[in-house]
Every structure is written in C-alpha cells, then in structure tokens.
Design a protein around this ligand. Structure first.
Ligand code: FAD
Length: 161
C-alpha cells in the first residue's frame, strides 16, 4: 500500500467499490498513472471492494449459502438421506462469511498492485479543478458537512481534453 503527502496522477478514483476499482484498473491498463482513494482501506488487504464486497452482494450470498445448506440438510430425509443432530453454528457462519469477504478484498488489492494502481487510504474530496484532497473525516457537530481532522494528502489529476 502506498501514499505520499503530495502526488500527481492522470486519474484519481474515489471509492474502491465495483464501479471504482474496475475504472481504476481500466485507466491503468490504458497507460494512465492511476490512484484509488478508499476511506475504509485503513488495514492493508481488508478495506477495498466497497458495499458489494463488505456489506452487500458477497456477505449476503455467503450467508445465504449456509442457510440453504442448513435447510437442505434438515429436509434430507425427504430425499432418503437420514441425518441427525443438525445444528446451525452462527459463529461458524459468520467466520465463513468473513473469510469470503477478506479473500475478496485481498483479491481487489492484488488487482490494484498487479495493474500498478496506487492505493491511497482516507476520505477523498474534490479540492478544486484537477485536485483531490485525502484525509480522515470528522463530522462537525454544528453542521452535516465533513472536515479533515489532520492535514490532507493532496493528489493532482491532470485534466486532458
Ligand atoms: C445488502 C445488499 C445486497 C446486494 N446484493 C447485490 C447483488 O447480489 N448483486 C448486485 O449486482 N448488487 C448487489 N448489491 C448492490 C451493490 O452492492 C452495489 O450496486 C455496488 O456496491 C455499487 O458499487 P459502487 O462502486 O458504485 O459503490 P460502492 O460499492 O458503495 O463503493 C463505494 C466505495 O467508495 C468509498 N467511498 C465513498 N465515499 C468516499 C470518499 N469520499 N472517500 C473515499 N472513499 C469513499 C466507500 O467506502 C466504498 O468502498 C447489494 C447491495 C446491498 C446493500
């Protein structure tokens, strides 16, 4: 994982969900120097992948697999298969779900490295034409706007016509 206090890129993508990481890979494959900014990428190999990987498609489908299997085994006798002592171990279900999610996040990180996309952890915001500031967000009590609690990393994206 790499980040520098100030750096220049052709493309800066904010957000590493399916929309963001695919766009970053494509930009890099086209020869553009690319960075991807992700606020959840605090720990290497864990935070990339967006809603789909961490809270949406993937964890729900992993849990659905456990639920489907449990239901099938409970009704196995209908198919002439006798089983007993079938129990749902919810901690193990959670472990399976988390293993699938972490494997996916490591996969996204691998794809970033393979395609030479720099990962910049932090909260990104547009900071003027062709500029992105990255920092850690802190909610202001008096308003719904976000402010940076520490000096942001500044990335410059070259605008080409
Ligand atoms: C419960 C659930 C189940 C789903 N199941 C399916 C399914 O089975 N099939 C399907 O096709 N779709 C499913 N979806 C929808 C799918 O998750 C979304 O369509 C997809 O994640 C959208 O991708 P995205 O890249 O646009 O955004 P996201 O995946 O939301 O990614 C956005 C990323 O940007 C980051 N980010 C946002 N703002 C900033 C910022 N300012 N600075 C830095 N980082 C930032 C976020 O942390 C996040 O990682 C499901 C969604 C949910 C909630």
């Amino acid at each position: 994982m790499s980040s520098t206090p100030s750096a220049s890129y052709d493309v800066v993508v904010i957000g590493s969900g399916p929309g963001g990481y695919v766009a970053a890979i494509r930009a890099a494959q086209l020869g553009l120097k690319t960075a991807i900014v992700e606020k959840d990428a605090k720990v290497p190999g864990v935070g990339l992948g967006g809603t789909c990987l961490h809270r949406g498609c993937i964890p729900t489908k992993a849990m659905l697999k456990s639920a489907t299997l449990f239901d099938e085994v409970r009704h196995a006798a209908d198919f002439g298969v006798k089983v007993s002592g079938v129990e749902l171990d919810f901690d193990a279900v959670r472990k399976f779900r988390d293993k699938v999610v972490i494997k996916g996040a490591r996969g996204v990180e691998y794809l970033m490295k393979k395609n030479k996309v720099d990962i910049v952890p932090g909260f990104g915001r547009l900071d003027g034409p062709g500029r992105v500031a990255v920092g850690s967000p802190r909610a202001r009590k008096s308003s719904r706007r976000r402010a940076f609690s520490s000096p942001p990393v500044r990335l410059r994206a070259t605008c080409r016509s």
